[in-house]
Design a protein around this ligand. Structure first.
Ligand code: FAD
Length: 447
């Protein structure tokens, strides 16, 4: 099927990849774009981008994503995106507690940073706490045996504001948004011709909407509408916590770089509006294979299978091990915050692939009527300014020519593999969200 600029295009999911797709298609002259989003407002509470900030970096272990990261950073500085980007610099650390795997990865990353000619002009290797404090004087902790380097070209972007702000721009430019639990939640895709062609979407209110092309940009929820995605894309979550600061404390930390200890976790300069400092512990994350999902051998966020009970049991809680890791990070870096209560605790869901490569492709045997965007693997936000361009190229090119981003044909019997601990840049063992719920219940029963 060939498309032209008047083709009727549905984008299901108004997270960062869905909005970026709408942005690039609208800019290329497509006139009939409709975004379906289950939340009444952008960003959706279910979007992984519904957050104060995300790291925007170009450094990767492989040059392919480094080049894309550089392209994205250049775009973050342009008019539409610049209000959300903060080039604070990125202080990459490894703590003295790190194991052998983490040490190897850090050394590899530091070497790449210093030898890649596109990165190295911005990178300084640091030795010892005093040199680290030259780049972030606020780090008053002992930084015991920390290793570090600083990249001044990287930073972060306000992810919730980017989704909201670009979404609002698109409304003005004529993109249609169908929002809210009834009208905006897509409950199924509609097929014709023995399931060989996707002809539209059905929403929670029972309405069928017809389209020429449907793009599913559902993040961790992908397999709920395209079940075979579950064979190679695993919904996984990480913990997020915040510390509420006073105005004065917020001022003290203004302008700090992203502080990212590869084996412990990372934090950002506090958000001036809410005065919240956000932290994320780094680890292999939690999947939800054992939840009451509609699909066998598939990990999905509990809400995707209507498991409201489990969703509630995960709310405002982070596992003890994650909490301990974040407190260790604070003790070593900002000790005056190490014992503060954590607020707005949550888990944040993303879509993980075994090789951390994205999937941007047509679903096989759908006559090019259905595209899926999946496998963000926890590193998809930074690409928001450029991501939709790759979807437009797929749409106009007719097939995915980049082998790293194609649909994967995985034997369903072998799907669900527990590869979380094997992902090259993460440490620790992947676990299940049911383990979190069990831990919480045991803890609460003792109180
Ligand atoms: C804790 C954490 C930290 C991260 N840190 C970084 C970072 O520092 N840098 C970085 O680049 N990336 C980071 N990421 C990853 C980044 O957030 C994701 O790669 C990115 O948000 C993926 O975008 P998406 O559009 O695919 O999914 P999402 O942003 O999750 O959007 C999916 C959308 O689909 C909607 N939806 C779901 N089901 C339906 C339905 N049936 N009908 C209608 N709408 C539906 C949801 O409401 C949601 O809005 C992080 C992720 C997490 C969890």
């Amino acid at each position: 099927m060939a498309y032209d600029t008047s083709s009727r295009i549905a984008i299901v999911g108004g997270g960062c990849w869905g909005i970026s797709t709408a942005y690039h298609l609208e800019r290329a002259g497509y006139t009939d774009i409709t975004v379906f989003e289950r939340s009444a407002e952008l960003p959706s509470p279910q979007s992984a981008a519904n957050d104060l900030n995300k790291i925007v970096r170009a450094q990767y272990a492989d040059d392919f994503y480094t080049d894309l990261g550089l392209e994205a950073i250049a775009e973050w500085k342009k008019e539409d995106w610049a209000p959300y980007f903060h080039q604070t610099g990125h202080l990459v650390l490894l703590s003295g507690y790190a194991g052998e795997k983490a040490k190897g990865i850090f050394e590899g990353a530091a070497k790449t940073a210093q030898t890649n000619p596109k990165l190295s002009p911005h990178v300084t290797k640091l030795s010892g706490p005093e040199e680290m404090r030259e780049y972030c004087w606020q780090l008053t902790g002992p930084l015991t045996n920390f290793r570090s380097y600083f990249n001044r070209s990287e930073g972060y972007a306000h992810s919730a504001n980017a989704v909201k702000g670009i979404g609002a721009k698109l409304v003005k430019r004529g993109v249609k948004f169908v929002l809210g639990p009834e009208k905006g939640t897509v409950t199924s895709l509609v097929y014709a011709g023995d399931g060989r062609r996707c002809t539209g979407v059905k929403t929670q209110d029972g309405t069928t909407h017809n389209f020429d092309l449907v793009v599913c940009a559902l993040g961790a929820y992908g397999a709920s509408l395209v079940p075979k995605l579950g064979t190679f894309s695993v919904a996984r979550c990480w913990s997020v916590a915040h510390i509420q600061l006073t105005a004065e404390e917020c001022d003290v930390l203004r302008g700090i770089p992203v502080v990212n200890a590869m084996d412990l976790g990372f934090f950002f300069e506090p958000d001036p509006e809410t005065r919240l400092l956000k932290l994320t512990p780094l680890g292999a994350g939690y999947s939800n294979f054992s939840g009451t999902t509609l699909l066998q051998n598939t990990s999905l966020p509990p809400l995707a299978s209507g498991d409201v009970g489990q969703d509630a049991a995960l709310a405002n809680y982070v596992p003890e091990a994650d909490e301990a890791q974040m407190r260790r990070l604070l003790r070593e870096t900002l000790p005056w915050l190490a014992d503060r209560p954590f607020v707005h605790k949550k888990v944040c869901w993303f879509s993980d692939s075994a090789d951390s490569d994205y999937c941007i492709d047509y679903v096989p045997n759908t006559d090019r009527s259905l595209i899926v965007l999946s496998g963000d693997s926890g590193h998809g936000f930074k690409m928001m300014p450029v991501f939709g361009k790759w979807v437009r190229e797929l749409l106009e090119g007719g097939s995915q020519t980049n082998p790293r981003w194609t649909w994967r044909n995985v034997d369903p019997a072998k799907s669900g593999a527990d590869w979380g601990g094997d992902v090259s840049w993460r440490f620790g063992e992947a676990a299940e969200t049911s383990d979190i719920v069990k831990e919480r219940k045991t803890k609460e029963a003792k109180m």
